[in-house]
Ligand binder design. Structure first.
Ligand SMILES: CC(C)(COP(=O)(O)OP(=O)(O)OC[C@H]1O[C@@H](n2cnc3c(N)ncnc32)[C@H](O)[C@@H]1OP(=O)(O)O)[C@@H](O)C(=O)NCCC(=O)NCCS
Length: 214
């Protein structure tokens, strides 16, 4: 039997999540998408044949509604999660994991994570809450992904890496083993991180160097 789910957002990530859910349902009918939930005025009634629902009030009338927050910015995901919980504290945030993802049984997930197709997550990896791991990224043994982290397509994260809250890794970036990326820092597309990166900075290039502080 399938469960109802709302997708928060109506942009690129939200439409990609609808596609991932479609693929999950091809394996086993798990989710019934109620609509793209938007918290502002959206003049379109349907996107890709899925209804657009304006405003979060519909969550009030649901018992334990299920929502996946599908927006690209980690900071926005944090803000939206707390707004949704203030409207209905029983809201649940399931993990949406594409069936093609390869992972061991020793990977743990919190809530509200989106894992895109063709990711590989090896062993003893801890993934917190509301993270996005985009297409074909690799996470190796003993790494930790905290909360609200965004890993853009084709990233390669070696063993024992720590990705702290709200950091983002640009497309195709790589982190060598035992390094960390600080809270809310951004690693530019294509960078190779060979030294740990502190919080709140932009680091770019090969090897990655700090370009600016946010
Ligand atoms: C890092 C990024 C977000 C730009 O951030 P920003 O704060 O706007 O930074 P700016 O564009 O002002 O660039 C600051 C400096 O870093 C350099 N820089 C920015 N991104 C870089 C990159 N990926 N590699 C090398 N240098 C880069 C700029 O050339 C600039 O250098 P300068 O000061 O010597 O002129 C962007 O360049 C990036 O890499 N985005 C990732 C996009 C991505 O992964 N998209 C996937 C979507 S699915």
């Amino acid at each position: 039997m399938s469960s109802s789910i709302f997708i928060f957002g109506a942009g690129g990530v939200a439409r990609e999540v609808a596609w991932i859910i479609d693929d999950i349902n091809k394996v086993e009918p798990k989710w019934d998408i109620k609509g793209f939930l938007v918290d502002g005025k959206c003049t379109t009634n349907y996107i890709d044949k899925i209804p657009v629902i304006n405003g979060l009030n519909c969550l009030k009338d649901n018992q334990s509604p299920k929502v996946i927050i599908a927006v690209g910015s980690g900071a926005k995901r944090a803000e939206i999660a707390s707004r949704i919980l203030s409207i209905n504290s029983e809201t649940q945030f399931p993990n949406i994991i594409h069936p093609s993802v390869i992972k061991s049984n020793l990977v743990s997930f919190g809530v509200g994570n989106i894992i895109y197709p063709n990711c590989v997550i090896t062993t003893n990896v801890v993934i917190g809450n509301y993270n996005q791991i985009h297409i074909a990224s690799v996470l190796s043994h003993d790494s930790i992904v905290k909360d609200y982290v965004t890993i853009l397509p084709g990233c390669n994260i070696s063993g024992n890496v720590v990705l702290n809250e709200g950091c983002s890794l640009g497309v195709g970036s790589k982190i060598i083993q035992q390094k960390s990326v600080g809270r809310n820092s951004f690693i530019g597309a294509g960078a190779i991180v060979i030294n740990s990166i502190p919080e709140g900075v932009l680091a770019v290039g090969i090897p990655a160097i700090i370009k600016k502080k946010y």
